[in-house]
Design a protein around this ligand. Sequence first.
Ligand code: AKB
Length: 320
Amino acid sequence: MAQDVHAIIGASGQLGTEMALSLKSAGKSVVLLDLRSPSFEGIRDLPFETVDVCDAAGLSACLGDHGVTHVYHLAAALSARGEQDPQWAWNLNMKGLLNILDLAAVSDSLARVFWPSSIAVFGPGSGRLAEQTGHRLPGTVYGISKNAGEQWCAWYRRNRGVDVRSVRYPGLIGTLAPPGGGTTDYAVEVFEHIGSDEPYTCFLDENERLPMMHMDDAVRAALELMSAPRVTLKCEEAYNIQALSFSPRELFEEIERQVPGFRYRCVPDFRQDIASGWPDALDDAVARREWGWRPQVDLTGLVTSMLVARKGNIMPVPAT
Ligand code: AKB
């Protein structure tokens, strides 16, 4: 039987870089697709193709040439950046997804697709603990595109037989590549600031609690969901998954515990308005029941791992 081939679209981004390293370390056959070549040295030996996910013909040729069986479609405009250029964000997020779903519907080799949704599908009215099927009135273009994307995935599953799987990610915190324009980015950015003489300036209110997750848990969630038997997956939407919930103050207090002398101040900007519409936590009972989801990294472990990685000098300087 031919070997599975995993394609990561958006492979040079924050999640794509970590996913690529994890699949490579597991000995899988991987091909990386992005407009920018990877900045992280550890995945530069993998085959890389410059492909725009909005170019259906180019995408189809690339996936066909490599005999791709599994796609991780991670290229997206995030919440804060998307508010600054709504048309661009909508086009990238929707056209990219529809191109992949259309290809999967007609392809003989492409068997399975992973596409991340987000806590951004929720909005005011979802409550502090968002239920799996909770009220959704997203307040950002990004959130609207993720909400619509979940419904497109359900439509392609029902009407075109596409095996597309999805989770609602919270803020993701890792070390290999910087995040790109999210509301939760402060929780990565702060680690880059440690060691500076100035206090770190956070763009959210110090008491704004949000769901968050260490990259190890985020990658494992995707891989576990992708390998779950299809028959066990009953949920029509992207799965709620929960790991941690913390406010800037709670994160900074844990950093201060591990790095005495660390200082911060909070000067909320437009991203606070986005964050205030999101829940504090997600009820992930359905994911736990249907495919055994369990988070592993707690707040202390997350801070320790970020500090260790930073000492190893693999924390990149985020793009401005
Ligand atoms: C963002 O802040 O936009 C993302 C997300 C929560 O989906 N990290």
